[in-house]
Design a protein around this ligand. Structure first.
Ligand code: HEM
Length: 362
């Protein structure tokens, strides 16, 4: 498709697909022409805002979600990872998804936000419901999913409202307390904005990081020599994680809507059209990445689009990278000769926009 129809209209889905790196880059770097506004004003999250509101909101939440806040989490992420690996090692078998890749990001986000430990299971269930795709076959199922979502949203709203009340009375060393106090020239976030942002962290941060970790382990089992390499040279792990993000990006595509008539490549597109930038394809574009289908552990440069590009560039990227690096470093240090349990069917996550598998027994 990159070679034949790099920009094409899909009649069935009523949207444009963009496959080349250069074109995806053009879309993502120009929010004035390619808008992120998809939802209504109600419950609008950062992800669906355009400037100037996006600029203000991003500046405010960035005050709480700083690189230092994230870097300080490293020792805690390390100990959670070790605890999770300790729990499964006795018989030498584990399911990477269930035993490590799912719980690690959920525990980290819950602790970061300041959610009590006992509520984690609840938290995970809510976040699963929120990211469950709407692409269901029958109308009945669709209605059921939407009803579940509405209920989960109401429960989460009530839950966070209670936590905010407590943090306002007695601030703690957590993200909710920081969000409550963050201000830029007197402007602060209101309760509703903090709730919507917290829910965005849940929805945007958990499943994506789960898939990053699982996809990384999958690479280690597909090419066993990588295990030895990373065991001997742990300093290669950050580059390895970047290459996993390029090669198996957890988020496969990013959507926008045109605000005016525009041309991508030599294809004219009218205002008001949906445009999907395929990260999965851009990351394998031979015009940008030499030998794109080869996994190169220390590929440089590696300007993949796994975290997007431009003003919406993933706010959680430092956290996702840190979790991925710590998890893989621990695996490379502690476990040797990890093998996928042959014969187990690999079930993909049932969404065209998410790349990962439901189970990965090793
Ligand atoms: C935005 C991917 C982890 C929070 C994005 C975008 C992508 C992305 C592609 C841009 C979407 C767009 O341009 O429309 C990923 C991947 C992750 C990951 C692949 C894991 C490997 C996280 C984590 C968090 C997070 C751990 C937070 C805890 C966000 C937020 C935005 C965002 C808040 C919106 C930023 C904005 O609109 O300004 N992410 N993400 N993400 N991500 Fe992530």
């Amino acid at each position: 498709l990159r070679g034949t129809t790099p920009v094409r209209y899909d009649e069935n889905r009523k949207c444009w697909d963009v496959f080349r790196y250069e074109d995806a880059h053009q879309v993502l770097k120009d929010p004035a022409t390619f808008s992120s506004k998809r939802g209504g004003e109600e419950n609008e999250s950062l992800l669906m805002m355009d400037p100037p509101r996006h600029t203000q909101m991003r500046a405010l939440v960035s005050k709480a979600f700083t690189p230092k806040v994230i870097a300080d989490l490293a020792p805690r992420i390390q100990s959670i990872t070790d605890e999770l690996l300790d729990a499964v090692q006795s018989d030498g078998k584990m399911d990477m998804v269930h035993d490590l890749a799912v719980p690690l990001p959920v525990i980290v986000i819950a602790e970061l936000l300041g959610v009590p430990t006992k509520d984690r299971k609840l938290f995970k269930d809510w976040s699963d419901i929120l990211v469950k795709g709407p692409a269901k076959n029958t109308e009945e199922l669709f209605v059921q999913v939407m009803a579940e979502r509405t209920q989960a949203r109401q429960e989460l709203d009530a839950y966070f409202a209670e936590i905010m009340k407590l943090r306002r009375q007695e601030p703690q060393d957590d993200l909710i307390s920081l969000l409550l106090s963050a201000d830029i020239e007197g402007e602060k976030l209101d309760d509703k904005e903090i709730i919507i942002f917290s829910i965005l962290l849940l929805a945007a941060g958990n499943e994506t990081t789960t898939n990053l970790i699982t996809n990384a382990v999958r690479r280690l089992t597909e090419d066993q020599s990588l295990q030895q390499t990373l065991h001997e040279q742990p300093a290669l792990v950050p580059g390895f994680i970047e290459e996993v993000l390029r090669y198996y990006p957890p988020v496969q595509a990013i959507g926008r809507i045109t605000t005016k008539d525009v041309q991508i490549g030599d294809v004219p597109i009218q205002a008001g059209e949906q445009v999907i930038s395929w990260v999965a394809s851009a990351n394998r574009d031979e015009a940008k990445f030499p030998d794109p289908d080869t996994f190169i552990v220390d590929r440089k440069p590696n300007a993949h689009l796994a975290f997007g590009f431009g003003i919406h560039f993933c706010l959680g990227a430092p956290l996702a990278r840190l979790e991925g690096q710590i998890a893989i470093q621990a695996i490379a240090r502690r476990l040797q000769h990890i093998r996928f349990v042959e014969g187990t069917p690999l079930t993909p996550i049932p969404s065209p926009f998410v790349y990962g598998v439901k189970e990965f027994p090793v």
